[in-house]
Design a protein around this ligand. Structure first.
Ligand code: NAP
Length: 310
């Protein structure tokens, strides 16, 4: 019987454990926890639509099991895996090659098994860029961006990607201010250059304080929520709705089928918003293309994601 979630013990005897299921599982997501992951329905729909004889599964892998789990990929005849919480930062030290982009981000979310070599990539940042383009018809490089939760895993990845794109302005906000300040120092060389913005800094870390955020929003086009606040609708509002000006684009990385409270506040303020489903979709599509060298069927994947999350 195919399982909802496999584990390291299964990986050790993968061919035997999965012998009954067809087509064979050749792609997976490793995480801890992993049971909630929406990636399997999205990828399985794509595999089926393109007639690729493979399935995608969830594998529960604890942090101290990651090295062994990755080494078992070759024997298991895997094409590749995604990595999710908490494995992205540990992976670069455990595989054979890390592409330059993932090295800069310091995190790998996609591994491909290329002969005997495990090669690492990061599609989260590029997935964010594609999501912004798809949702708002604008390029990240043309935007002044504020990231709430810039010191967390997702926030850091998005901030580094925005700096790599050389966005017009980047404002880093984190509840623990020191993490935002450290990231500002890391990114300063990438965000230097001609000062086009008048009195405001091109790259800033600001404390999580209402007045400081309100002042900064006057010079921001895109607000990104990369905190974990909003995953439950009962969560307290991230920012008072009155702080959101109508010109703002609001992207909430929290993915849900409907509006988060932040997006509801944005809509009430007359601002445009989008939720994190599009980032999940585009990072998944990019992983798919790395593994199978074919264009991912976005519409099929989007429908499967909406069904899974909704
Ligand atoms: P993480 O590494 O644990 O980071 C959590 C972040 O949230 C930190 O910056 C933390 O600030 C901040 N935070 C937590 N509680 C807060 C509060 N009450 N007030 C203000 N800030 C608070 O988590 P993560 O993996 O980056 O995930 C963060 C979010 O990104 C989640 O909502 C997740 O769903 C989303 N995400 C979406 C996608 C996608 O594809 N759409 C992909 C990955 C993640 P401190 O540093 O002060 O603790």
């Amino acid at each position: 019987m195919p399982k909802d979630v496999y584990d390291l013990t299964d990986l050790r005897d993968w061919q035997a454990v999965t012998a009954e299921g067809q087509p064979p599982i050749r792609v997976a997501v490793f995480g801890d926890p992993v049971a909630h992951s929406a990636s399997p329905p999205m990828h399985n729909a794509a595999l089926e639509a393109l007639g690729i004889p493979s399935r995608y599964a969830r594998v529960q892998v604890k942090p101290d099991e990651l090295a062994e789990a990755l080494q078992l990929l070759r024997a298991g005849n895997f094409v590749g895996v995604n990595l999710t919480i908490p494995h992205k930062a540990a992976a670069p030290g455990l595989i054979d090659e890390v592409d330059e982009h993932a090295q800069t981000l310091g995190a790998v979310n996609t591994i491909s098994v290329d002969g005997q070599r495990l090669r690492g990539f990061n599609t989260d940042g590029p997935g964010f860029v594609r999501a912004i383009r798809a949702d708002f018809s604008v390029d990240v490089r043309d935007l002044r961006i504020m990231i709430l939760g810039a010191g967390g895993g997702a926030g850091r990845g998005i901030a580094v990607q925005c700096a790599l794109e050389r966005c017009e302005r980047l404002v880093l906000v984190n509840r623990t201010f020191a993490k935002g300040a450290l990231l500002r120092d890391e990114l300063s060389s990438r965000m230097s250059g001609p000062e086009l913005l008048g009195p405001v800094e091109r790259l800033e870390a600001v404390p999580w304080e209402r007045d400081a955020i309100q002042r900064q929003l006057e010079n921001v086009d895109l607000l990104v929520n990369a905190t974990s606040v909003g995953m439950k609708f009962s969560d307290p509002p991230l920012l008072p709705g009155v702080l959101l000006p109508p010109h703002l684009l609001v992207y909430d990385t929290v993915y849900s089928s409907g509006r988060t409270r932040l997006l509801q506040n944005a809509a009430e303020a007359g601002a445009r918003g989008a939720n994190g489903l599009s980032m999940l979709l585009h990072q998944g599509a990019l992983s798919f293309e790395i593994w199978f060298g074919r264009e991912a069927p976005l519409d099929v994947m989007r429908t499967a994601l909406n069904d899974a999350v909704g």
